[in-house]
Design a protein around this ligand. Structure first.
Ligand code: GAL
Length: 672
């Protein structure tokens, strides 16, 4: 990529001064994942549809395909000299689509080419001398943007020798730790409502922070329930359905706190999104009983349970694996016992003992299977053993099942919707028949619009996308995928935007393992955590808890941010305003106490002001604004609120109505 040509004559003559040619920097090297697109994710060397770049019958090995409207910003800082490319509409549209390609230097259009589907690629070239910011833009050509698959082929920037465009993390201020340090006062973080089925065992560890020891009390205790103040655990069973209001009090050397929580004994469980940790991103196929126990101990040592995290879930690879078992004896052996029950692999000598260990820490235990014969990692699935498997999970004491489609496609029967929901309905019924609550987490990547029917087959949550991993295109794609799905969310029925990829994740997408430090910038990690809380997504931590850093821990344990995720109304955020040219988005969700959470997201690379007009959101009157990450009041605003947000970051606020403020007449929901 980098071409340095020593002026040979000078060298031969032994002259002191050597000259170097300028730097040729291909577009692919400028972070195509940052490119904003009207649809899909831009990738190096690929059309937006993921195929080879092909325009007018010619295939181009180099370049980036995008979709109008699209913008890609290059922070040149006066070091760029020129840009050249061949541009056109990709052949994958079969002659459809029309776009305009533009090169914009410091706000001025310096090159422009209009192109239509079916045409050959055209040259585009621009002098960029002295430009601070260069934008490659593609617009829809004056009609709509259907089929506007636009290719920048053989696209190359020329930079002065030894210089390059700034990288994403260098283009903007990066946020550090914002979560305030604990002041030691007791604070309770229980959800306002907690569900358990009648006659099923209750296990709830009261989340409380503050200097230890904290004395806790809970009253009145419903018949059948006991509270252990030493372990902070409410347990027992309640036979009679109904709502049981409890008051939790906490006292320590710094003060007192009190919180109300309603125990809702009824058919709906997971009244707020499940929060916990899952083994996949940290250990993938290397998980073991010992690693799970170490994770449980770290979970408690880090105090995640004090902030409301409660599940510790084993993902794939607790079962036997015939393929991997050939080279790894710990995965070998009969997949099932003589009576047909599932046989865990040698790394998990006693599944019941492991669940007991998790419960003994006041936490809940989860595991993983597939409706297919094999899981995605090739371990034994539940196909044709659904009921015995569910019976076994319950007998061992598990509280959560992630059920992953994987190989099910090879055995699926039925057509259309029935084909998709049948295996989940079957396992949903098997879990429902158990004498304990088992949260049913559907994992089929959003197929057949699962948000519309996941709850009908007994699910409490369902993955909405394929796997996300710790890159910006992946997380940003995950955010965009949630936009049409908010209306399906309610208590006990959650869109699962996938596990958190904050901190150090081992699994890095595809067959790529051991990614090292996060590939997300700090700002991107704020956006990830903020938006998952806005979506009311389950929050499953993915990093290795035994090696967590302070920044990640602070991201995961901000109680005011977590309270948005855990809000009792269970209303997911919708995107209520968007400025596509600027790359800013406002997401809003109503909260149970009559306030609103607002996320001001800057998808652009550089810092910019994000402005919210209350009238545009359907709000009237004055609103108190609180910054939830910093846990600070910002003041009262009566027509608009604006804030400067660094590139790829999100500012999260809570709006509290002042006297006379509320939704404008005729507006019933801020999300409309
Ligand atoms: C994927 C799933 C991941 C993980 C993995 C295990 O299909 O989406 O979250 O569970 O399988 O093999």
């Amino acid at each position: 990529m980098k071409k340095r040509v020593v002026i040979a004559a000078a060298a031969v003559l032994g002259l002191a001064v050597c000259g170097f040619a300028d730097e040729a920097i291909p577009l692919e090297a400028t972070g195509p994942g940052r490119m904003r697109t009207g649809w899909g994710t831009a990738q190096a060397g690929k059309s937006i549809g993921g195929l080879d770049l092909r325009v007018g019958g010619t295939t181009y090995a180099r370049g980036v395909g995008t979709h109008a409207p699209s913008r890609h910003r290059i922070a040149a800082r006066g070091n760029a000299l020129a840009f050249s490319a061949r541009v056109g509409v990709d052949d994958e549209t079969h002659g459809r689509g029309s776009v305009v390609f533009r090169v914009i230097a410091d706000g001025k259009v310096v090159a422009e080419v209009a192109a239509k589907g079916g045409e050959g690629a055209q040259p585009i070239a621009a002098d960029l001398t002295g430009a601070s910011t260069v934008i490659l833009e593609v617009t829809d050509g004056g009609d709509d943007n259907y089929y506007d698959h636009a290719d920048w082929c053989d696209a190359v920037f020329t930079f002065k020798d030894g210089t390059r465009p700034l990288r994403a993390a260098e283009m903007t201020r990066q946020l550090g730790i914002l979560t305030p340090k604990d002041d030691g006062k007791p604070r309770l973080h229980a959800p306002a409502r907690y569900g358990v089925r009648p006659g099923h065992p209750l296990l709830f560890k009261v989340p409380v922070t503050g200097v230890k020891p904290v004395q806790l009390a809970v009253s009145p205790l419903p018949k059948g329930v006991t509270f252990n103040a030493a372990t902070r655990v409410l347990s027992g069973t309640v036979a009679k359905p109904g709502s049981y209001p409890l008051t939790i009090t906490a006292r320590n050397a710094k003060g007192r706190a009190r919180q109300k929580m309603t125990l809702v004994v009824g058919e709906t469980i997971a009244l707020t999104p499940p929060m916990g940790w899952n083994s996949w991103n940290a250990f993938a196929g290397g998980v073991s009983d010992a690693k799970m126990r170490a994770a449980v101990e770290a979970f408690v040592r880090l105090g995640l349970d004090e902030h409301g995290y409660s599940y510790v879930n084993i993902d794939d690879f607790w079962q036997k694996n015939p393929e991997n078992g050939r080279s790894d004896p710990t995965l070998a052996g009969p997949e099932r016992n003589a009576d047909g029950t599932i046989a865990p692999n040698a790394r998990f000598p006693d599944m019941k003992a492991l669940a007991d260990f998790i419960h003994a820490h006041g936490l809940k235990a989860g595991l993983y299977s597939s409706p297919g014969p094999y899981t995605c990692g090739g371990c034994t699935g539940s196909w044709r053993h659904e009921r015995p498997d569910a019976d076994c999970y319950a007998a061992w004491g598990y509280d959560y099942l992630k059920y992953d489609w994987c190989s099910y496609g090879t055995v699926a029967t039925g057509e259309g919707h029935e084909r998709h929901c049948r295996p989940y309905r079957l396992m949903g019924e098997c879990l429902r028949a158990q004498p304990r609550d088992i949260v049913f987490s559907l994992c089929q990547y959003g197929q057949d619009n699962v948000s519309a029917w996941g709850a009908d087959v007994g699910g409490q949550s369902w993955r909405t996308t394929g796997d996300i991993f710790d890159t910006w295109p992946s997380v940003y794609g995950g955010i965009r995928a949630q936009a049409p799905l908010w209306s399906y969310v309610r208590p006990g029925a959650w869109n699962d935007a996938d596990m958190l990829v904050l901190g150090r994740n081992v699994w890095a997408g595809g067959t790529d393992f051991d990614a090292g430090a996060s590939r997300l910038t700090p700002n991107e990690q704020y956006t990830h955590m903020t938006m998952w809380c806005m979506f009311a997504s389950p929050l499953m931590i993915g990093c290795d808890l035994t090696a967590i850093d302070d920044f990640t821990l602070a991201l995961l344990t901000n109680d005011e941010v977590l309270a948005v995720d855990q809000d009792a109304l269970g209303a997911a955020a919708a995107r209520v305003a968007e400025d596509a040219a600027a790359g800013t988005e406002i997401w809003a969700r109503p909260l149970a106490d009559g306030t609103f959470a607002l996320a001001l997201f800057n998808a652009d690379d550089e810092e910019q002001t994000v402005r919210v007009s209350f009238a545009d959101l359907g709000l009237v009157g004055a609103w108190a604004v609180r910054d939830l990450w910093r846990q600070q009041d910002e003041g009262v605003f009566d027509a608009a609120y604006s804030v400067s947000v660094p590139g790829h970051a999100t500012h999260l606020v809570k709006l509290t109505p002042q006297k006379g403020a509320g939704l404008a007449p005729g507006v019933r929901d801020i999300r409309r």
